[in-house]
Design a protein around this ligand. Sequence first.
Ligand SMILES: Nc1ncnc2c1ncn2[C@@H]1O[C@H](COP(=O)(O)OP(=O)(O)O)[C@@H](O)[C@H]1O
Ligand SMILES: [Mg+2]
Length: 255
Amino acid sequence: MRGGAQPHLMRCSDGGYYVVKFLDNPQHPRVLANEWLGALLAARLGLPVPQAAVIEVPVALVDRSDDLVIQLARGRRKLSPGRHFGSRYPGDPQEIAVYDFLPDELLLEVENLEDFLGMLVFDKWTCNTNGRQVIFYRPQGGSRYRGLMIDQGFCFNAGEWDFPDAPLRGLYSRTRVYASVTGIASFEPWLQRLESRVGERVLDEIASEIPPEWYNFDQDSLYRLLEQLRARRRRVRDLIVSAKDTYRQPFPNWK
Ligand SMILES: Nc1ncnc2c1ncn2[C@@H]1O[C@H](COP(=O)(O)OP(=O)(O)O)[C@@H](O)[C@H]1O
Ligand SMILES: [Mg+2]
């Protein structure tokens, strides 16, 4: 697949297809922990994310596949077997096409456009230091496109886990998706879910399912990350307001 982590599309033993990010990706091992936390927390908030899975890549498969490699500036390096992160492809790739971008006319017709507001709440909360990334596909039988929020690898600032907040962070590149925003009230349903659905117990539960090699067995850093996430829930309102007055003017209808 495209992308800096050089993920691979793989068919897995449950019959599903997954875009798999490897632990020995060119970015950072913690990117896998971020993907896991990101996908499960976003799902908990009711946001549209692909199903996340731990993918077991056996030694025999790596040995037999010439394609399971990372492209380097010069040459290639074989990927390692073990447990890796999988993001489920929405269906059979031979039947369902997935797009990284839609032209404006189609983008504004997306059936779940309002989810971009919820995802901004999420991206501010987790300090996603990459632009918001979305894929679009047409569900079987549907006529309109649906957006799925992908690539949570740079939440918490990738491998740093240090939350360097900045006003423009987390916005989707095409800010027309925020045209329905008329004030902070537009984000209120999502802000309330943040208060009520992702407390300490939920955070611990989701974190306990991360394969520990994805954060180098560093429990202390993981606990600190969770503690910050818990505390930051109260700051998201201000972080959204800080985006409002930037030169990008993402919310032109804010009164
Ligand atoms: N669940 C998914 N279903 C279909 N395509 C996906 C999925 N996840 C990622 N992709 C595709 O793979 C590409 C790379 O994935 P991404 O998570 O952005 O990796 P990277 O961290 O390398 O940027 C995306 O641009 C998208 O086209
Ligand atoms: Mg990406």
